[in-house]
Design a protein around this ligand. Structure first.
Ligand code: NAD
Length: 486
């Protein structure tokens, strides 16, 4: 049974008026249990607690204490790792397999410990030397980095623990206090983190507050509040735009990790038989990953053979019950998401693309929000299925004339989050990579991911970078000071 209560000002509490909502298992459609449904008033209380903790304690200046608290949370999470794993599979519907990697074990290993380890070595101040800009005497100058203050962390449902820890770790390491709003579909992992913070760590009251809610609008309090100094958001581009607009009056920085429509660009000298089948990686977690390479770009001269390789690979994807470790793909997270994906598949057909395999709801899985692994051929990059994020196990195979045409198609997207390039020549892959407007790229099977690796998007995929030194800097303000040179 998951944790119902929210964390506000160091206490585990129910929502105003005792409001709750159901947490559903997307694989079985059964109600797992309940979560507190925070109100706008609850959210405002959480913001006030975070404000007080930032303004009246030495959290922002005591780096050694922050490191200790982060490592306590890490140890507490490790101690409940197997319960958390089972809970994630139940509420997210993610395949058990994915929890051994990006869904749980990878972030648990490093998302808190890496930022904690940077606290001491982070360049909190640097000299920029002596200058006499106005001709009235020399001044010694320094640049100081300081925490921003109260950070609102708003997260989606697809990789909840990964995203929460990769925001909490850097934000807290840099000395900020936090109000976290999890996604309504997957609140238990967040409320568990809240319980562990309250019961197993020395975090002072108010430093971390966690307020789930059935109502998306409750999150709006965070954008409009003058007591919130920054929004760190991961989610859809539409919500990102809305948050940015709602934050405009209070002029707070918005750090946005948004959607993607990344390419898997197979150059004409690549080993097609080895490379194209790997495009089925988009089925992992039912395609519900922002960085998935859902546009497969192949030379027109090899188009039919590549479509055949993709079809065969998609037909071999093991999918179904996410608790079965042999399954690569589970259900979509909700009925809403299942219908959204099916809607895009219908639209692709209307637009004239050809379903090569899949394209519907699997008949052998009558319960749960499943969608078949689906490959579309005859896709033009201008079609909605190639331009918009589907967030399902759906691959679009697009033909290109030559390298120039491939680069043009790759960049002909409102998004720019990630991608893959494969070539017989690493030098060629790197040369092409320089021309793709996207925040991350895997070349020839390489993986860019890590707590030290900045992640984020160009264009409508977002503003700012999560992880790495750039990710720590996101959560700081800059103060420049000068004094008479002695
Ligand atoms: P979403 O935008 O619907 O919701 C994300 C979060 O924002 C949820 O917690 C939701 O309750 C909250 N929210 C909604 N309206 C709000 C408002 N007006 N004010 C404040 N908060 C509000 O996204 P989702 O459907 O949960 O997640 C899927 C999306 O997330 C996809 O588009 C995916 O690409 C994106 N995503 C991006 C990354 C990345 O790092 N770039 C990672 C994972 C997911």
């Amino acid at each position: 049974m998951g944790e119902l209560r929210m964390l506000i000002d160091g206490k585990l509490v129910e929502a105003e008026g005792g409001a709750t909502f159901d947490n559903l298992n997307p694989a079985t459609e059964e109600v797992l249990g309940q979560v507190a449904s925070g109100s706008a008033g609850d959210m405002a209380r959480a913001v006030a607690a975070a404000r007080r903790a930032f303004d009246t304690t030495d959290w922002g200046t005591d780096g050694a204490f922050r490191k200790k608290c982060l490592l306590e949370l890490q140890a507490a999470l490790e101690a409940e790792k197997e319960e958390l794993r089972a809970e994630l599979v139940a509420e997210v519907g993610c395949p058990l397999l994915s929890t051994f990697g990006p869904q749980l074990d990878a972030p648990l290993r490093e998302a808190l410990t890496w930022p904690a380890a940077q606290i001491e070595s982070f360049p909190w101040s640097r000299s920029i030397g002596v200058a006499n800009p106005f001709g009235i005497g020399d001044s010694e100058r320094e640049v100081w980095k300081e925490p921003l203050g109260v950070v609102a962390v708003i997260v989606p449902w697809n990789f909840p623990v990964e995203i929460i820890l990769n925001k909490l770790g850097p934000a807290l390491a840099m000395g900020n206090t936090v109000v976290l709003k999890p996604a309504p579909d997957t609140s238990w992992n967040a409320t568990r983190i809240g319980r562990l913070i309250a019961e197993e760590t020395g975090f002072p009251p108010g430093v971390v507050n966690i307020v789930p809610s059935r109502d998306h609008e409750v999150g709006e309090v965070l954008s409009t509040s003058p007591d919130v100094d920054m929004i760190a958001f991961t989610g859809s581009t539409a919500t990102g735009r809305r948050i940015m607009a709602a934050s405009a009056n209070t002029l707070k920085p918005v750090f946005l990790e948004l959607g993607g429509k990344s390419v898997n660009l197979v150059l004409d000298d690549a080993d097609f038989a080895a490379t194209v089948p790997a495009a089925a990686a988009v089925c992992m977690h039912a395609g519900q990953g922002c960085a998935m390479a859902t546009r497969l770009l192949v030379p027109k001269a090899r188009y039919d053979a590549c479509v055949e390789l993709a079809r065969s690979a998609f037909e071999q994807v093991a999918y179904g019950d996410p608790t079965d470790a042999s399954n690569f793909q589970g259900p979509q997270v909700s009925k809403v998401q299942q219908e959204r994906v099916l809607g895009y598949i219908a639209k692709g057909r209307e637009e004239g693309a050809r379903v090569v395999t899949g394209g519907g709801v699997p008949k052998h899985l009558p319960k749960g929000f499943y969608v078949e692994p689906t490959v579309f051929a005859d896709v033009d990059n201008s079609m909605a299925i190639a331009q918009e994020e589907i967030f399902g196990p759906v691959l679009c195979v697009i033909g290109y004339d030559d390298e120039e045409d491939a680069i043009r198609i790759a960049n002909d997207s409102p998004y720019g989050l990630s991608g893959i390039i494969t070539s017989a020549s690493l030098e060629r892959a790197k040369r092409v990579a320089r021309r793709i407007r996207t925040g991350t790229l895997g070349l020839n099977g390489g993986i860019w991911y890590g707590p030290d690796a900045p992640f984020g998007g160009y264009k409508a995929s977002g503003i700012g970078r999560q992880c790495g030194i750039e990710g720590l800097e996101m959560f700081t303000e800059t103060k420049t000071v000068g004094w008479p040179a002695g």
